[in-house]
Design a protein around this ligand. Structure first.
Ligand code: SF4
Ligand code: SF4
Length: 83
């Protein structure tokens, strides 16, 4: 199952904020308002969902972190899809 943000094209107003906020350039514009998220670039950070003023982007997953006690750090283990 592919887990990634979902764009509701009917709600998108073409403002481009999601494109600006995505540091990995995973979102591209198609036409005047539609954005497409490139699965292979997306890191599931949810910044696009947070910045979208119309609620057009939803991230239907939660992130599971892997703890690294020796280095006191953590990294993304995997995204888990909501049911
Ligand atoms: S931030 Fe939301 S409304 Fe703006 S271009 Fe992206 S998906 Fe569309
Ligand atoms: S979740 Fe993060 S990396 Fe993926 S498209 Fe949104 S802003 Fe870009």
């Amino acid at each position: 199952m592919v887990v990634m943000p979902v764009v509701n094209q009917a709600k998108c107003n073409g403002c481009g904020l999601c494109i600006d906020v995505c540091g990995l350039k995973a979102i591209v514009r198609v036409g005047s308002k539609v954005t497409v998220i490139e699965m292979e670039k997306c890191s599931w950070c949810i910044q696009c969902e947070i910045v979208c003023p119309t609620g057009a982007i939803t991230c239907p997953y939660e992130i599971v972190f892997e703890e690294h006690p020796k280095t006191d750090s953590r990294s993304v283990l995997s995204p888990i899809a909501f049911l």
